[in-house]
Design a protein around this ligand. Structure first.
Ligand code: PLP
Length: 445
């Protein structure tokens, strides 16, 4: 057994080693080409090997790669914060840079609690969230996550934050349809607040489009309007976890803009560095910063590599690239093109129970019996089979769990780089077709 780094599945000798990437493709050491239909973990938003980003990082590294945030600021950090304040809606004007999505959501949790403390309210320490959600892997972020699979082993170390139903219309817990349902899943927030007491709740956190835990579950119109109203009426902050959806993944800079809702705090990550550098951010609105600036004056958090100049330079270059190539303007037309083709695929392969999503973030949920929406038995490990078969056929898909208990149910995320062309979308669909034919063969149907 040769020593190995510990992220890859241990003892998986067939785990490919990537040699290089170009555009939407990755190439392994054996020369095999993979179409990156998921941008890795919905991260490589502008594709691989973009010279402008590499050059910007190189230029920054020639000046300085690292300064410690408690001693110095830097030009890229200042410029990035300014740019984000310009691009994000409302008064989301204060960026706190971190290195991963988990750090961004966990910092949001801390800022929400600090906000109420600075106002003299010490009892508001709980964060409400939804089941079928994923906010990160560190203990605070995992405490907010409704993802039993990732929580199970660490439950004794987690806060038992209360959760409400997700807006999962395909499997509506009330067995109703929107909008006639009256958004009962959003109203659950009001019920939970009444039960727990608003004076114990600092914030409610939600992914505008549910990613890893659900497979691109997008809520119906007016859902977030209801959520925001309930938060405001009860003096609870609304945190949008845009780690997967931010930086234009669904078209606008933030997915929550689709629902004309402005959060009090936003977590960004993934597409921010687009895979070129580890960078994430917690962006805070003026009104949340106000008591903090009058009180402690600093956010009581931070990491050694927060606001690392080289990472900030990479994120700035990503923003410049998106702007120079007008990438976000084309997301909607590419989305329609891809959605039509995925819908057609659903008619060919009835195990696709639902095609859903927003912008270039789509989910396919798989079911054994489509009419009754009955999932595959977990022992089939359908998601794993689809992802592995895809990889064998040269297409990369992101596994997502869609079941109501967060453990059962099968889904994959389709989220190619936003730079994908229509011709490449055609190829993506052809590769999916080949993959599904093979999966059907393995299932013996
Ligand atoms: N929040 C959301 C919505 C995510 O999808 C993820 C990662 O998948 C995270 C937070 C955690 O981000 P990271 O893996 O960078 O810590």
């Amino acid at each position: 057994m040769r020593p190995s780094y510990l992220i890859k599945p241990a003892l998986d000798e067939s785990y490919p080693e990537i040699d290089y990437g170009k555009g939407i493709y990755l190439f392994d050491q054996a020369g095999k080409r993979y179409l990156d239909a998921s941008s890795g973990a919905v991260t490589a938003n502008i594709g691989h090997g973009v010279p402008e980003i590499i050059l910007a990082m190189h230029e920054q590294s020639k000046r300085v790669s690292f300064v410690y945030r408690s001693q110095f600021t830097s030009e890229p950090a200042e410029k990035l914060a300014e740019k984000l304040a310009d691009l994000l809606p409302g008064d989301l004007n204060w960026s706190f840079f971190v290195n991963s999505g988990s750090e961004a959501t966990e910092t949001a949790l801390k800022i929400a609690i600090q906000y109420w403390q600075e106002k003299g309210i010490k009892s508001k320490t709980k964060i409400l969230s939804r089941w079928v959600s994923y906010h990160g892997i560190t203990l605070g972020a995992l405490s907010m996550s409704g993802h039993p699979g990732r929580r199970a082993r660490f439950v004794p170390l987690l806060e038992e934050f209360p959760t409400i139903s997700p807006p999962y219309c395909y499997r509506c817990p009330y067995q109703k349809s929107a909008p006639e349902c009256g958004f009962l899943c959003a109203i659950e927030l009001e019920t939970a607040i009444k039960r727990i007491g608003a004076d114990h709740i600092a914030a409610f956190i939600a992914e505008p489009v549910i990613g890893a835990a659900g497979g691109a579950i997008s809520p119906p119109e007016d859902y977030y309007k209801t959520i925001k109203r309930i938060c405001e009426e009860n003096h609870i902050l609304f945190i949008a976890d845009e780690v997967m959806t931010g930086f234009g993944r669904t078209g606008p800079m933030l997915a929550i803009e689709h629902w004309n809702t402005i959060p009090d705090i936003v977590a960004l990550g993934k597409g921010m560095g687009a895979g070129y550098a580890p960078i994430a951010a917690t962006v805070v609105s003026d009104h949340v910063m106000e008591p903090i600036l009058k009180g402690s004056k600093v956010i009581i958090s931070g990491h050694t590599l927060s606001a690392n100049p080289q990472s900030c330079a990479a994120a700035l270059a990503v923003l410049e690239y998106l702007d120079n190539h007008q990438i976000l303007k084309e997301v909607e037309s590419k989305s329609v093109y891809l959605k039509n083709k995925l819908d057609r695929l659903k008619t060919q392969f009835p195990f696709i129970g639902e095609v859903r999503g927003k912008g270039l973030l789509f989910g396919l949920e798989f079911v054994q019996f489509p009419a009754a929406k009955i999932p595959f038995d977990p022992s089939v490990k359908l998601t794993e089979l689809v992802v592995r078969t895809g990889r064998d056929h040269g297409i990369l898909l992101y596994p997502a769990g869609a079941g109501l208990d967060g453990l059962s149910g099968d889904a994959v995320i389709i989220a190619p780089p936003l730079t994908v062309t229509k011709r490449e979308i055609d190829e993506l669909i052809a590769l999916l077709q080949t993959t599904f034919i093979e999966v059907y063969k393995t299932l013996g149907v």
